[in-house]
Design a protein around this ligand. Structure first.
Ligand code: NAD
Length: 353
């Protein structure tokens, strides 16, 4: 059975990835600091599963990393751990540099030292996969798409910190030979997303019949990818990606934010109409735009399709339906995030163990 060291596996994408990997028969050592974005409840179904070892700790903790690598001897490392919310990076960039840059550097150094000690097949097969974002490429005009060779031009403290980490990952390959892979993905949505991000935030407020805040004129365009498809892409790159390469991951589903919000409104109206007869679209309220808000992202994921045969399985419509149905069926998960009780949950060993 293969063992993965997954960082940030109690977050949105990492949590989905861990659940999928374990269902597919992999063993996962899950290192997560459990910041506000880490949610043990996402992993509750793995509580008694020996294939999952949860460790609360920081990717910047070199002693802990060394101990985990020696003890668990992973075949690969998948780095999801990050501060991930653009608005929070505008209010306080330092934490983003600390985890996304300094933390990733510590993880890279520990991984390099571990990899150097491996021999034979273990050494040849080892991979360090870094999960990154399309936001590193900056903003597009009305046409064109980001490819793997688009120059980096990050515009927010979040994307600047992710860009820095991507460069470090690249440098560790070129300088030390570490067998790295990087994926740059568009906006994800789906189960277990923290309700500060657009889709779960809108779903929560729309269910409650509250005003639905939309930045600026709502015409900012993002490409949307169902989280399960992103996880499958990462697994595919891990299995067959060419060492040292980067792969763009996208859903071929560019939509204006306002279209996303109206889609969610319509799906909720169908499933659970408001009792006072209002249509949820009436709740949309345009609010002051985010400073430096990138206008358009679009991703060309043809390299991943051509080289590794990956394409998304969900369309925008089917993915949105699945997401709305998941949130309706998991209101307790959302409620525990909103009332803060998710932070009381505990899983596995603590950092000091
Ligand atoms: P998230 O904020 O939901 O989860 C991040 C996880 O990392 C949390 O569980 C948190 O506790 C953990 N973490 C934070 N700092 C840590 C540290 N110092 N040490 C260990 N764990 C730490 O984020 P997400 O949306 O799941 O994103 C995961 C990764 O994917 C990030 O690297 C992000 O940049 C990237 N990404 C996200 C999207 C998206 O749409 N959400 C798109 C492309 C790429």
């Amino acid at each position: 059975m293969k063992t993965l060291l997954v960082t940030g596996g109690a977050g949105f994408i990492g949590g989905n990835f861990v659940l999928q990997a374990i269902a597919d028969g992999l063993r996962v050592v899950n290192l997560d600091k459990l910041t506000y974005a880490g949610n043990p409840e996402t992993l509750a179904s793995l509580q008694d599963n020996d294939a999952h070892v949860f460790v609360q700790g920081d990717i910047g903790d070199r002693d802990l990393l060394q101990r985990l690598l020696r003890e668990h001897r992973p075949d690969a490392i998948v780095n999801f751990a990050a501060e991930s919310h653009v608005d929070r990076s505008i209010d306080g960039p330092a934490e983003f540099v600390q985890t996304n840059v300094v933390g990733t550097l510590a993880l890279l150094e520990a991984s390099r030292d571990y990899w150097r000690e491996l021999e034979g097949d273990a050494r040849n097969g080892f991979r360090f996969l870094h999960v990154s974002t399309d936001e590193v490429y900056g903003s597009l005009g009305d046409t064109g798409k980001f490819t793997e060779t688009t120059p980096y031009a990050p515009n927010s403290p979040y994307s600047a910190s992710k860009a820095s980490s991507d460069h470090l990952v690249r440098a560790f390959h070129h300088t030390y030979g570490l067998p790295v892979l990087t994926t740059n993905c568009s906006n994800n949505y789906g189960p277990y997303q923290f309700p500060e991000k657009l889709i779960p935030l809108i779903l929560h407020k729309a269910l409650a019949g509250e005003a639905l805040p939309v930045y600026g004129d709502g015409r900012n365009v993002r490409d949307w990818l169902f989280v399960g498809d992103h996880c499958a892409a990462i697994r595919r790159v891990l299995e067959a990606g060419r060492v040292g390469e980067t792969y763009n991951v996208g859903g071929n589903a560019e939509r204006e934010n306002i279209v996303v919000v109206k889609t969610l409104c319509a799906l909720l109206d169908e499933r659970q109409p408001l009792t006072d007869g209002r249509k949820r679209e009436e709740l949309i309220t345009f609010v002051k735009d985010r400073p430096g808000h990138d206008r358009r992202y679009a991703i060309d994921a043809s390299k991943l399709e051509r080289e590794l045969g990956w394409t998304p399985s969900e369309s925008f419509d089917s993915g949105m339906q699945r997401t709305v149905d998941w949130y309706l069926a998991h209101q307790a998960w959302v409620q525990h995030v909103l009332d803060g009780s998710y932070r009381m949950q505990r899983l596995g060993e603590g950092a000091a163990a």
